[in-house]
Design a protein around this ligand. Structure first.
Ligand SMILES: N[C@@H](CCC(=O)N[C@@H](CS)C(=O)NCC(=O)O)C(=O)O
Length: 353
């Protein structure tokens, strides 16, 4: 098994497009190394009354615990005639990061339904430092319909000049009104599954079928709290107690999911639902990033036979592999979170996931 160019995959295992050039990362890293901060200023920011401020997550007021802010833009694209936002080819634009597990959900459903031509995408650069998410020079890295923007926060400013809050991906942008429709991945995922179904070029089973909704909501809630957001609660904790609380809950759920997946191929039985894709984006990053960078090192996914096979079952679904760029994922996490990895060094392993 050879490790090439710092890749964490066997070349035959994930045939993926290359990440941004290592030189690009090095340049950005050198430029910002003086701005490292721990807790107050430094390498990540938010908008306050429409003004960008370089501020890391505040964990002082929560006893060292990381608390994720609720998304602010919560409109819905719906098929109801006369609705403000109705599905339409080319009307909407999606802003994502390939590193981000939340944005990844939306990219997966977009790929599964063949919505690539219907909803074009802009992919921010891997590093998120003192200006937050940044656009690049390549066409797919550009700011899309918000012409001239260098940073994602300008997209938020355009939608709400007085916006206060974090500037996150994914963002669903409406070209017609020139505003953000929604910046909550779980809701964008459902819109792609449902409202955009009539524009889909590939048929894919409903990910939120009526009879399973209660069970999906229930398992989503546990997985969101202890796994999807759980890894962040572990990684961004600034107290031992909060860190351990998060890690114990995380592995409690993973152990439980391992038992569940011993009996059925998917979380809710024989059919794949949105709950599987929401879990997948965390699992696929786990061994390469969360295990080391976020100190979730009790076990790796590869150590769980059923979870590991399940992750690979989902990875093998046509269209999904192309959405998983492990080099870019690693470059983002290890390079951007300077409070927990001040050198920005990106580890070369694991050899495979
Ligand atoms: N609730 C949001 C969370 C999205 C989110 O936190 N995205 C991260 C990237 S993984 C982000 O953009 N963080 C920037 C920040 O917090 O400043 C969703 O699920 O859409």
């Amino acid at each position: 098994m050879t490790l090439r160019d710092g890749a964490c995959r066997r070349p035959d295992e994930l045939a993926l497009p290359p990440a941004s050039s290592p030189r690009e990362h090095t340049v950005a890293r050198t430029r910002t190394v003086g701005a490292l901060g721990c807790g107050i200023g430094g390498t990540m920011g938010l908008l306050v009354d429409g003004k960008w401020t370089d501020t890391w997550y505040d964990t002082k007021s929560t006893g060292g615990g990381f608390v994720r802010q609720a998304a602010r833009f919560r409109n819905t694209v719906e098929r109801t005639p006369g609705a403000r936002f109705t599905p339409d080819k080319g009307r909407y634009h999606l802003y994502v990061s390939l590193a981000c597990p939340w944005a990844h959900r939306t990219l997966i459903v977009r790929a599964l339904k063949g919505l690539e031509e219907v909803i074009p995408v802009s992919i921010v650069m891997p590093l998120m430092l003192e200006n937050g998410w940044t656009f690049g020079d390549a066409p797919e890295r550009s700011s899309g319909p918000v012409a001239g923007a260098k940073y994602l926060y300008e997209v938020y400013e355009r939608a709400a000049p007085d916006y206060t809050g974090r500037v996150t991906v994914p963002v669903l942008w409406d070209k017609r009104e020139g505003t953000i429709v929604n910046n909550e991945s779980s809701e964008i995922l459902r819109m792609f599954n449902d409202a955009f179904d009539g524009l889909a070029t590939k048929s894919y089973p409903d990910l939120y079928p009526e009879p399973l909704r209660g069970a999906i909501d229930e398992i989503n809630a546990t997985i969101y709290d202890t796994v999807n957001n759980g890894v962040y609660k572990a990684g961004f904790a600034t107290s031992q107690v909060k860190y351990e609380e998060a890690v114990r809950a995380l592995f409690g759920t993973l152990d439980e999911l391992e038992r569940r997946l011993g009996d059925a191929p998917y979380l809710l039985g024989d059919r794949v639902t949105e709950a599987d894709w929401r879990l997948f984006t965390t699992l696929v990053r786990f061994d390469a990033v969360y295990h080391g960078h976020f100190k979730c090192n009790v076990r790796r996914i590869i150590d769980y036979p059923h979870l590991h096979a399940y992750m690979h079952r989902l990875l093998a679904v046509p269209g999904v592999r192309e959405t998983v760029l492990l080099d870019e994922i690693k470059a983002h996490y290890y390079g951007s979170h300077r409070t927990i990895n001040p050198t920005g060094i990106v580890p070369i392993g694991p050899a495979s996931i």
